[in-house]
Design a protein around this ligand. Structure first.
Ligand SMILES: *Cc1c(COP(=O)(O)O)cnc(C)c1O
Length: 375
């Protein structure tokens, strides 16, 4: 019996840059500036440059990275934020935390991302519920950037701000722009298993807007004014700690190479599996960060069990769309319902994906999926 494959192999990355990471952490231990130390500023400036955004504001996690812009914009009671239902729950959670109402919209079956049509239907549902539609929050699901050109047209028409949930797509691109500069405000997560992951929690916000930048920096520090004990608004404690910034600086240096590796693996999977299941499609001009490689397959539970027996872990992102979750089912949804989100929840299966997945292990995954699909 061959060994069990990891779903995401953080140790393989550690073998590559372990000494550099250890030195980086030792430097932080030596200077002792654990909160907003020099590595935090350095990381923010390198992330902004990598993304092509004017400003990068780091924060405690990807969830706060979505909440902080809503707070900066003053989104609250009576306001609607349009959110896909087929996403991780945090996208909708922050809307409720801000005091506003999530209005759920549907996604495209091949890109898994919000459609312009559903956004229109969501705006109508929000108005009919007596809410003021204020923000659209497209999610770059599984690493592929949303269709910003088409979404922007709808947002302009209805005067919606765009908050991009790029928790899964950092390192991806659209046309000649990288994630972080595709929307007016972009949020990402450095949760360890994301394409750019820390050794703990972390997040960041990207924008070209200097006023929003200043507001976000104040809000992440308890609403500080000229200093820490001058508090001019309600804020949070949401800082990225210096240790995580030091880790992320080393990981950012190899991100481009890792994204290229993920893309090679995804292409190899797709070439070998397209005749036995529906493989993910990346729109022309998009580069996915491949946070997940997700197929659509009939009899998913049986296939997942067969893969598990062959030592291959899989995951289901996401088994229940957010609008069907107990905490969220009372919120409005786009007119006509969310049939694609509901269908996808029953068909999706994510396969092992990380930049250090060797060809022999890719072949094991491919052979096992083909075998299970044929049985
Ligand atoms: C991971 C994730 C988040 C939240 O990020 P955390 O760092 O875990 O708080 C938000 N949205 C999506 C789509 C995610 O995948």
């Amino acid at each position: 019996m061959t060994s069990r494959l990891p779903f995401v192999d953080l140790q393989a990355q550690r073998r590559r840059i372990g000494p550099r990471l250890d030195e980086a952490l030792a430097r932080v231990l030596a200077h002792g500036q654990f909160i907003l130390g020099p590595e935090v500023r350095e990381l923010e400036s390198k992330l902004a440059a990598f993304s092509g955004a004017k400003h990068c504001i780091s924060c405690a996690n990807g969830t706060d990275a979505l909440l902080l812009p809503l707070m900066a914009w003053g989104v609250g009671p009576g306001d609607a934020v349009l959110v896909p239902s087929f996403t991780f729950v945090a996208s909708a959670e922050v809307v409720v935390l801000a005091g506003a109402t999530p209005v759920f919209v549907d996604v495209d079956r091949t890109s898994f991302n919000v459609t312009a049509e559903s956004l229109e239907l969501g705006v109508r549902a929000a108005r009919e519920a007596g809410l003021a539609p204020k923000v659209a929050m497209p999610v770059d699901l599984f690493g592929q950037p949303a269709d910003f050109a088409r979404l922007e047209a709808v947002c302009r028409k209805h005067n919606l701000k765009i908050l991009s949930d790029a928790a899964q797509s950092y390192g991806g691109a659209q046309g000649n722009r990288r994630v972080g500069s595709l929307a007016p405000v972009t949020s990402t997560s450095f949760f360890p298993s994301k394409p750019l992951g820390a050794y703990g929690d972390g997040g960041a916000i990207f924008t070209d807007d200097t006023d929003i930048d200043a507001l976000l920096r104040s809000i992440r520090m308890h609403g500080q004014g000229i200093d820490k004990y001058h508090n001019v608004r309600i804020g949070l404690n949401s800082r990225l700690d210096t240790m995580q910034a030091a880790v992320l600086l080393e990981k950012l240096a190899i991100l481009e190479d890792e994204i290229a590796a993920r893309n090679r693996i995804a292409r190899r999977y797709s070439d070998a599996l397209a005749d036995v299941c529906e493989v993910p499609e990346i729109a022309a001009g998009n580069i996915s960060a491949w946070a997940q490689y997700t197929i659509l397959i009939e009899e998913r539970e049986r296939v997942a069990k067969a893969l598990d027996a062959a030592g291959i872990p899989t995951a289901i992102y996401y088994p229940i769309p957010v609008h069907r979750q107990d905490g969220y089912r009372h919120f409005p949804a786009a007119k006509g319902g969310l049939p694609v989100s509901e269908e996808l929840a029953g068909l999706v299966l994510s396969l092992p994906m990380h930049p250090y997945l060797e060809p022999a292990d890719q072949d094991r995954v491919i052979a096992a999926v083909r075998q299970a699909a044929a049985d």
